[in-house]
Design a binder for this molecule. Structure first.
Ligand code: ACO
Length: 322
């Protein structure tokens, strides 16, 4: 049994094309000022026609391997969180494993919408602590632009594409202190993305686009995330002031500000990527972690609270000593 799993390296990838709020306002009835005021988003990245969740995930994963100074064959567990897999099967994790040239490790996907990276982190942490895995690669990779209805101004303004990666390794020193993940399928109708090929007769005319009752989701997200902050600190017997950084899922600046306020944190202690990335679903919290670590803001020994909320509903947090 190992005591902890620890962050060994992180990586990120953003596709080249930038789509600004002004670009979107050419096609739907909205404006840069409305979008920025209500969400905090100014632009998002859009994947190229030849890119997939596994191709973007590979770039992020290779960066994480480089920072961790690990060889691909040292990885014994790959978990990919994605709502936009290359194929229904094989899993994107299997495709990524092949791209990385790894032969003998377990690889599978997790589907928990925007909370996917926290779910993957939680599972990988258990694998490592139980001694089943030594080095785990977690990837969140999303091409949200392909499941967004670009004529729906309530959703198309929010999402972007990208991939984030995190390498966890077994350690006797403190690392992941605790993870907390939850699901409630009772909210299925508030936020969903149909799979037309597998639909029943009654739903067969549904298009495969994100459908969301944004305002209702917003309120539940704020309340749920405030609750999970308390639960996470309580489980670790820590105070709000013990947390150095909030690394949140990037859905809406107003949701993030409410969580920061609950933690009595200023926005200077929050890693924000939302403005130029939008909501990259399961990639967002990993992209934010990578940004905070690679620009030197997050330092070894500091305590990070990662959290996310998404379709399902699913939600979760991870408290980590970096
Ligand atoms: N531009 C201009 N006006 C708009 C736009 C737009 N892009 N979108 C909506 N409006 C209008 C509406 O039609 C409405 O007009 P009305 O008052 O005349 O009816 C008005 O603005 C207010 O609409 P609301 O939906 O109440 O606006 P709100 O302030 O809630 O902002 C938003 C909408 C940004 C979508 C917000 O609700 C939100 O961020 N929701 C949460 C998203 C989220 O966290 N999702 C979970 C993760 S996603 C995942 O898991 C896949």
């Amino acid at each position: 049994m190992t005591k902890f799993s620890k962050i060994l390296g992180t990586g990120g990838y953003l596709p080249e094309e930038i789509r600004t709020n002004d670009d979107i306002s050419q096609t739907v009835d909205t404006s840069d000022s409305w979008i920025f005021e209500r969400t905090g988003i100014k632009s998002r990245r859009i994947a190229g026609a030849d890119e997939t969740a596994s191709s973007m995930g590979e770039i992020a994963a290779r960066k994480a391997l480089q920072t961790a100074q690990l060889n691909p064959e040292e990885i014994d567990l790959i978990i990919v969180a994605t709502g936009t897999p290359d194929r229904v099967y094989p899993s994107t994790a299997c495709l990524l494993q092949h791209r990385l040239g790894i032969k003998n490790c377990v690889a599978f996907d997790i589907q928990a919408a925007c909370s996917g990276a926290i779910f993957a982190l939680s599972v990988a942490d258990q694998y490592i602590k139980s001694g089943t895995a030594k080095h785990a690669l977690i990837v969140g990779s999303e091409i949200c632009s392909r499941i967004v209805d670009w004529t729906d101004r309530g959703t198309c303004i929010l999402f972007g594409d990208g991939a984030g990666a995190l390498l966890l390794g077994a350690s006797e020193e403190a690392g992941v202190l605790s993870t907390h993940i939850f699901s409630d399928g009772g909210y299925e109708d508030m936020l969903f993305c149909p799979n037309p090929q597998a639909s029943t007769e009654a739903n067969k005319n549904e298009a495969g686009f994100i459908t969301m009752r944004g305002n209702e989701v917003f309120k539940i997200a704020v309340n749920t995330l405030e609750r999970i902050v308390d639960e996470t600190l309580e489980a670790n017997n820590l105070q709000k002031s013990d947390v150095d950084w909030l690394v949140p899922h990037q859905a809406n600046i107003r949701i993030i500000s409410a969580t920061a306020k609950k933690l009595k944190m200023s926005l200077d202690q929050v890693v924000l990527t939302l403005e130029n990335q939008g909501n990259t679903s399961s990639a967002s919290v990993l992209l934010a972690l990578h940004e905070g670590i690679s620009d030197g803001r997050i330092r070894r020994g500091q305590v990070l609270l990662m959290e996310a909320f998404g379709a399902g509903f699913t939600w979760g947090s991870a408290l980590i000593k970096y």
